[in-house]
Design a protein around this ligand. Structure first.
Ligand SMILES: [Zn+2]
Length: 493
């Protein structure tokens, strides 16, 4: 789907590689990952960088959608998330069952790529028509998934939000979260633990809303994403997860999720080895590292973004000039520390007890979050299936003996399947406990579909993958998938 990056992203890319190199002290980061942007950081990058930040870049074309922002059916936040960026994956994956958006986009096209910059491998008859730049595998999936949804009585365009049952579930979790929050603030140790569990379960609403799929009503999604509040800063989440992780899954130097924990863990072979990584062959060390995850995502990382206006130099914080967003980011930091750490100091009988309660909350949530989210993409097969790795393999002719359709190498949808993993996908128990992350493959293909619909489409997605030779990794149990992740960490230790 995404073949080459527009100019603004190229500048960011060059910067990001320098910053990543600084962060990890790794020369290999720059030398190896630069392959992906070698064509993009070119003489043309200076052509319009001042204009680029005000445009939306889709299939390498610049669109000025400023006039359309307030009329976007999916809401203002959804469309602004793509501004000034390569938002091809966002546009494609959030409009899978309609072509109406292409008609709208036509009116706002202001910048065409130079002929030289068009990737020759794009299977198209007419390069000027975005609809001709089809990801053939995604097209097949979209048709089949649409048919299945209709057969289940679900309108693919209008019913992609939460069902009544799912909405009731959100309400029950929200009430439990409020009550356990009260217990935590009242100085009960058990309350701090339960507040962490309900804080995780609130992530079901936060994650769905962050993908604009809790409801078709935009303001519900805009508020709902604050359900992420004790898992990750919700404003950061949109840039880190909804944009960065989902657009560039497992691409080193582009997917922020590969760079969160390099203080403790080496999750990708391009992170330079350090002596302490040898401990990650021990599962207990990995669990210890996970205890700090939400302190990072709720405080340390957003604090860094506020200081640098960028997430690791990979993703620019494009909201920085919007007062509601910058105030919201600061407000979240303040309230998080106040609720998690300050109030317990006044309500617990001793400072030691207060510190224990605070860390019980942070550590429990960090552990649960990491145990359900890290396994979804971090294992050897998944980390060798991203778009960068595919292109490198193709360039080195490693696929020359493969019988697969060569177009799959350039298929963003095939990459989403192969970089993701399902587990216990038949189990309602694991669906609830994991906030639906056990259907990660379907979620990455159709992020705008509420998690409550994903079990309907899983069989047809799996069958289609088998038919086209796309690797669909579904583990029988959570433990099997966890073991695959630990094996990978052991290999990298
Ligand atoms: Zn997601």
């Amino acid at each position: 789907m995404r073949k080459s990056r527009p100019q603004l992203s190229d500048v960011v890319m060059a910067k990001s590689e320098a910053m990543l190199q600084q962060r990890s002290g790794s020369s290999s980061v720059a030398s190896e990952s630069s392959d992906s942007s070698a064509t993009s950081v070119s003489s043309s990058s200076s052509k319009s960088s001042s204009v680029s930040s005000s445009l939306w870049w889709i299939h390498n074309k610049g669109y000025d959608l400023e006039e359309f922002v307030q009329r976007h059916p999916g809401g203002v936040e959804a469309i602004l998330l793509g501004k000034g960026r390569d938002c091809t994956a966002l546009v494609e994956s959030y409009h899978p069952f309609t072509n109406q958006h292409w008609k709208v986009l036509e009116k706002y096209l202001v910048e065409q790529p130079e002929e030289d910059n068009i990737n020759e491998q794009i299977p198209t008859n007419d390069r000027n028509d975005p609809q001709q730049r089809k990801d053939f595998f995604y097209e097949v999936l979209k048709k089949r998934v649409s048919t299945v949804l209709i057969s289940k009585g679900i309108d693919p365009k209008d019913d992609r939000g939460a069902t009544i049952t799912r909405t009731l579930y959100y309400c029950v979790v929200f009430a439990s979260w409020l009550y356990t929050g009260y217990l935590h603030l009242s100085g009960r140790i058990l309350g701090s633990f339960l507040f962490a569990i309900t804080g995780w379960l609130m992530g079901a609403l936060g994650h769905d809303a962050g993908h604009f799929s809790a409801s078709r009503i935009p303001w519900i999604n805009e508020w709902g994403v604050w359900g992420m509040s004790f898992i990750c800063n919700p404003i950061l989440w949109q840039h880190q997860h909804t944009y960065g992780h989902h657009s560039f899954t497992n691409e080193f130097g582009h997917d922020p999720d590969l760079h969160h924990f390099d203080t403790f863990l080496r999750v990708h072979k391009r992170i330079q080895r350090q002596s302490h990584y040898r401990y990650q062959s021990n599962g207990l060390y990995v669990m210890f590292a996970y205890l700090f995850v939400v302190f990072g995502t709720c405080f340390y990382i957003p604090w860094g973004v506020l200081r640098t206006n960028s997430l690791y130099g990979i993703i620019e914080w494009s909201d920085k000039d919007r007062r509601t967003k910058s105030t919201g980011m600061r407000l979240h930091l303040f309230l998080y520390i106040f609720i998690v750490a300050v109030v317990p100091m006044y309500t617990h009988p001793s400072l030691l007890s207060a510190i224990f309660a605070s860390y019980l909350h942070v550590g429990t949530l960090g552990l649960v979050f990491a145990l359900f989210s890290q396994i979804n993409h971090l294992n050897e097969l998944s980390l060798e299936s991203d778009m960068i790795s595919r292109n490198e393999k193709e360039n080195s002719k490693q696929h020359s003996t493969s019988r697969r359709d060569p177009r799959l190498t350039q298929s963003w949808a095939a990459a989403q399947v192969e970089t993701s993993n399902n587990f216990a996908s038949q189990s309602l128990f694991w669906h609830v406990l994991s906030n639906g992350l056990n259907h990660q493959i379907e979620h990455h293909l159709f992020p705008g579909l509420n998690h409550c619909h994903l079990h309907h489409i899983a069989p047809v997605v799996k069958a289609t993958c088998l038919e086209f030779g796309v690797q669909y990794k579904s583990y029988d149990t959570w433990k099997d998938l966890m073991c695959a992740t630990l094996e990978w960490f052991d290999k990298l230790s």
